[in-house]
Ligand binder design. Structure first.
Ligand SMILES: NC(=O)c1ccc[n+]([C@@H]2O[C@H](COP(=O)([O-])OP(=O)(O)OC[C@H]3O[C@@H](n4cnc5c(N)ncnc54)[C@H](OP(=O)(O)O)[C@@H]3O)[C@@H](O)[C@H]2O)c1
Length: 357
């Protein structure tokens, strides 16, 4: 029997990689997409299958995490074996501007989906996309037992969703697991997230389209990994006999400043000539340091990241150079081939650039 997965947030960074690996493992993949007046499927267009193809395994449905009825109907009709809940308003800075909406989508969205699983009577394993941002001001390294001290509306919404997931597991016996993932990046990262903002700006500077890059807090330290490896961890969690919660990260932290220096020096540019700070990009409350302790994931899931910080930077810069029609330096691409990770990884390109963050 073909296994069926239902994925919210399939048009996002992680959803697109997850859809790829699930299809490669033989799954039927059913994804929720938002209706928009423009196309929002550019990250999964390479996976598109003609609806008339009788053998197709990718199915997309319009829906929204604020629409319980549609979520319940879809889960009842699709009856998936596994549900991956990745959909969210996922931008920390935006969450300070839209706290209510973030709570509604990122927090209550999880409750709506959990309730839809319960109401539709399906027996699906459930993955909740929890975040290291939930640890907030708790000192590093952070593991599954570290107190949650959120420092943004996004993190507070994720804490609520995390505990709802635990409650549905304990109250109703649903096989729900939380993946507490530390930052993970890729050429498909949204252009307003800091890593992608840096690598995209570098390609623009090399192409002569931009001179300066404006950033916020350069001292914040994050544990940055490569997104395709992290979606493999999501899948592994749902293959365990018992549902549980796992921290996923590299165990190494680097500052935004280190990311900047590494990326600029890779293309032979001096960051000091191009990077300026702008107070508008600082958050009202900052999370200073996040570092994962992944002992549990290593022992129980056998999960271990391979891509290092330097390699991640090079993969992202190479992809952004290519997206600008420039010759990549090549070390990033070489890393992917060496590690057998040579999937169709192209930088997400939004020509209008969106609203700056
Ligand atoms: N990337 C990380 O470092 C990281 C770390 C820890 C946890 N997480 C969490 O992991 C999940 C995946 O992250 P990501 O980086 O892939 O995020 P992302 O690129 O921002 O993708 C978010 C997805 O959620 C969808 N979405 C947003 N609002 C929605 C709504 N109201 N109804 C239905 N769908 C909605 C988006 O649809 P559109 O394409 O239409 O916008 C998109 O598909 C998120 O929950 C995020 O908070 C991410």
């Amino acid at each position: 029997m073909t296994r069926k997965a239902f994925v919210t947030g399939i048009t996002g960074q992680d959803g697109s990689y997850l859809a790829e690996i699930l299809l490669s493992k033989g799954y039927e993949v059913h994804g929720l997409i938002r209706r928009a007046s423009t196309f929002n499927t550019c990250r999964i267009d390479h996976l598109y299958e003609d609806p008339h193809d009788p053998d197709r395994r990718l199915f997309l449905y319009h829906g929204d995490l604020t629409d319980s009825l549609q979520l319940t109907n879809l889960l009842y009709d699709v009856a998936p074996d596994e549900v991956y809940h990745l959909g969210a308003q996922s931008h920390v800075k935006v969450s300070f501007e839209m706290p209510e909406y973030t709570g509604n989508v990122t927090g209550l969205g999880a409750t709506r989906l959990l309730e839809a699983v319960k109401r539709s009577g399906i027996k699906a394993s459930f993955y909740q996309a929890s975040s290291s941002e939930m640890f907030g001001s708790s000192p590093p390294p952070q593991d599954e037992d570290t107190p949650l001290r959120p420092r943004s509306p996004y993190a507070a919404a994720k804490v609520y969703a995390f505990w709802m997931a635990v409650n549905y597991r304990e109250a109703y016996g649903l096989p729900v697991s939380n993946g507490i993932l530390f930052n993970h990046e890729s050429p498909r990262r949204g252009e307003t997230f800091v890593t992608r903002k840096i690598t995209r700006a570098i390609a623009h500077i090399v192409a002569g389209k931009q001179k300066y890059l404006y950033l916020g807090n350069l001292d914040a330290k994050r544990d940055w990994g490569y997104a395709p490896e992290y979606v493999e961890a999501m899948w592994l969690m749902l293959q365990q006999a018992q549902p549980d919660d796992y921290v996923i990260g590299t165990g190494e932290a680097h500052s935004v400043r280190e990311f900047v220096d590494e990326a600029f020096s890779y293309v032979g540019l001096d960051a000091r000539e191009h990077v300026k700070t702008d107070s508008r990009y600082f958050r009202p409350t900052e999370v200073q340091v996040l570092i994962a302790n992944t002992k549990k994931a290593r022992q129980r899931l056998g999960w271990e990241p391979k891509v290092t910080f330097g390699q991640l930077v090079r993969i992202m810069v190479d992809a952004d150079m290519e997206s600008q029609g420039l010759k990549p330096i090549g070390e990033g691409r070489a890393t992917l081939s060496r590690l057998g990770l040579n999937h169709a990884d192209r930088a997400l390109v939004n020509p209008t650039g969106g609203v700056e963050r």
